[in-house]
Design a protein around this ligand. Sequence first.
Ligand code: ZN
Length: 180
Amino acid sequence: MGLLPIIEIPDPLLRAQSAPVESVGDDIQKLIQDMFATMYAAPGIGLAAVQVAIPKRLLVIDLQEEEDEAGEPIRDPHVFINPEIVHSSDARKVYNEGCLSIPEQYAEIERPDIVTARWIDEKGLEREGEFGGLMSVCLQHEVDHLNGVLFIDHLSRLKRDMVVKKVLKARKERDKAAIL
Ligand code: ZN
């Protein structure tokens, strides 16, 4: 398993429409494994393939909400290939979101509370399911990535520009600094 570099704003690839996965072959299986390894190492709870510079409609999620007796997160990996949100509830909910491609920035984002999705799993089987809570938030955030949409796009232009500026400033400082 290999770790893949995660791209960050303002990389234009984050604005691309990802292409459907044609078949779930060995290359996709390898990508899924590498994406989980990269997501766990980051650490994050969701990752879209485009975030590792592969614009395919594939995303992985592991909320890691439960811990074992040693306090280690219990893994609960989910793979969504060519996911589509086919229904969204009228009821909405606000959640504090972040993104591995927008480092260290968080914002309250309002989204539909409950969504129904259709997708293909890692075995190539067609699936459908209804999601609420953090899973719903995460799935909507990651599906947005496949369409070139970032969580900051759900903010006002003023707030969005502020977040982008902060990320660029932090990166500039990091590049200039002598890290000893
Ligand atoms: Zn993200």
